[in-house]
Design a protein around this ligand. Structure first.
Ligand code: ZN
Length: 423
């Protein structure tokens, strides 16, 4: 009896193993089986190799490179867009915004757990973390019509509900030009999938399981019905991982490097060679690979739990930057607010600051709002200003900790996000 119970326990544990599983490889098999998609894929990869080469030869410095803006649309196909679902839809909009804030932190190396690298880097002398200098923004203008948008007018986010969007396909030309995130119930234990080197021009998507998208909301509501991030994949990093694939990153455990690390394994030279995924959360530097290296367990492109991954390498960022340069012309930038007016009218001084700064306007405008999100995706400030406000508006972040913050100014349906540094 006792043995049976123990056996049953182990079977139960095996059956519900909490391991990250990603469907990128299967997705690529589907793409390569389609002659048209295969041709497009091979063509883009060729352009990518040329761009990667150009960047490595050029003196383009990351510090002077312009911030890359990526218009994002989020799709919840299973949520009925009815009036009775209004509170759920509002909740899911918050969930999407929180997920995008996590992306911005992870891709700009402003995530707070990156501080672990100070101690961990000793195990990886040839590796540096990278910062992509990118802003993911949920699009707010010129939405496609008749597409299940919760709020279709300009100024509202490109978030759809309950349409037959995709109906389990993985591209939708209606949404060409966006970085499309689809949140749905995935089976087979897969947490998410993306093409390797995604193409916005054909409306390709990144798909995330409904229990691995974003992270718990603070305050009320604390969770959206049916979309509860489930530990250990509840910090929004399944999307960080899958979008890495969309920007043409392979798994760090692809294969042991051959004689040329730039053409074998994951084709990134500053990620230690590995051929097996790592799942757990053991101390950094403690996992040896079959390739004679130390596994870079905290990398977003391995399979560890959300709380134990915290960095891209500089080599990975170089590849993602090259990919974003290739697909940049495919992005539909007129879906992002702005732009010229709000961008030139607002300035934030000083930056960096100690947490006290001013928003300065060149000319008087209508109402506007200011919100500030910290690197954990928490909104720490939100204020509306009416048109009688001064041209200079002083803002203070209470008990400001050092780090990067995202200041979002909304005005007349336009949205501007600027990064500020608190020292
Ligand atoms: Zn993956």
């Amino acid at each position: 009896m006792k043995i049976k119970l123990i056996l049953a326990f182990f079977i139960f544990k095996l059956g519900f193993a909490q391991h990250r599983t990603c469907g990128m490889e299967q997705q690529m098999q589907r793409i390569m089986a389609d002659p048209q998609l295969k041709e497009q894929y091979l063509d883009l990869q060729q352009q990518f190799e040329n761009e990667l080469q150009r960047l490595s030869n050029s003196n383009e410095s990351k510090s002077t490179a312009a911030t890359i803006r990526i218009p994002v649309a989020v799709h919840y196909p299973s949520v009925v867009a009815s009036a009775t679902n209004a509170s759920l839809r509002s909740c899911l909009i918050l969930l999407a915004q929180k997920q995008v804030a996590i992306l911005n932190a992870d891709y700009n190396a402003t995530n707070s757990d990156l501080s672990n690298w100070v101690n961990d880097q000793d195990f990886y002398p040839d590796t540096n973390y990278g910062n992509m200098n990118v802003v993911f923004e949920i699009a707010t203008l010129n939405h496609p019509t008749g597409t299940g948008l919760g709020f279709p007018t300009n100024g509202n986010p490109a978030i759809t509900f309950g349409t037959d969007f995709l109906s389990n396909a993985d591209t939708d030309s209606t949404w060409a030009g966006y970085c499309n995130l689809v949140v749905r119930n995935l089976t087979s234990g897969i947490l998410g999938y993306s093409p390797l080197g995604g193409s916005p021009s054909s409306g390709m998507t990144v798909v995330i399981d409904n229990n691995s998208f974003s992270t718990s909301l603070s305050g009320s509501p604390s969770a959206c019905l049916g979309y509860v991030p489930s530990p250990p994949f509840n910090l929004g990093r399944t999307l960080t991982h899958e979008l890495g694939h969309f920007f043409n990153l392979d798994h760090t455990f692809k294969a042991c490097d051959g004689s040329n690390c730039a053409t074998s394994g994951d084709k990134v030279c500053d990620t230690p060679s590995a051929d097996t995924p790592y799942y757990n959360c053991d101390p950094s530097g403690s996992v040896s690979t079959n390739c004679g290296t130390t596994q870079l367990t905290m990398n977003y492109m391995d399979y560890v739990e959300d709380s134990c991954m915290y960095m891209f390498t500089q080599g990975q960022v170089n590849r993602m930057t090259a990919w974003s340069n290739i697909i940049g012309s495919q992005l539909n930038m007129n879906t992002l607010a702005n732009n010229e007016f709000i961008n030139t009218n607002f300035s934030i001084v000083p930056n960096p600051s100690k947490g006290i700064f001013s928003i300065q306007l060149k000319e008087q405008i209508g109402n506007y709002s200011v919100s500030i999100i910290d690197s954990l995706g928490r909104e720490i400030y939100n204020m509306d200003f009416n048109q009688n406000s001064d041209l200079i508006q002083s803002i203070q972040i209470d008990n400001a900790l050092s780090g990067l913050y995202f200041v979002t100014i909304k005005s007349n349906g336009a949205t501007l996000t600027k990064k500020i540094l608190v020292k």
